[in-house]
Design a binder for this molecule. Structure first.
Ligand code: 5GP
Length: 116
């Protein structure tokens, strides 16, 4: 199993601002936030390097990440204002940590995205 900085966060070997946890998912604040709210949601028990590596039998993990982000948004009171979830896959998307993760961005109107 390939280890990453996120594995160290899961094992509490390095500090992180953990704001959400359930049996399958850990959520913690991004160290370099790109919005007033920027939380990363990761699977705790599987290391899947990229979305391109996800197998059909693992598809439920993406739903768990999305449900965790939605639950966090409701709990923190910004679900009605809206938010964005993002998954980056490999170089052209700027992926830097190869443990699959979902970004939750919120807290202000977010600029549109698209072409470089
Ligand atoms: P990616 O660019 O791979 O989609 O997202 C990786 C994210 O992890 C980046 O937004 C980056 O700021 C964040 N990150 C990298 N190292 C750490 C760390 O040690 N702690 C935390 N909390 N976030 C990190």
């Amino acid at each position: 199993m390939t280890d990453t900085i996120f594995g160290k966060i899961i094992r509490r070997e390095i500090p992180a601002s953990i704001v959400y946890e359930d049996d399958d998912v850990l959520g913690f604040k991004d160290i370099a936030p790109q919005a007033p709210v920027h939380v990363l949601f990761i699977p705790k028990h599987e290391v899947i390097p990229t979305l391109d590596d996800l197998q059909p039998a693992q598809a439920h993990l993406i739903g768990k990440l999305a449900l965790a982000a939605a639950a966090y948004a409701r709990r923190e009171g910004f679900a009605q204002d809206g938010y964005r979830i993002v998954m980056n896959c490999r170089e052209n998307a700027g992926q830097t940590v190869f443990h699959i993760h979902l970004h939750l961005l919120a807290g202000a109107p977010l600029g549109h995205f698209g072409a470089p």
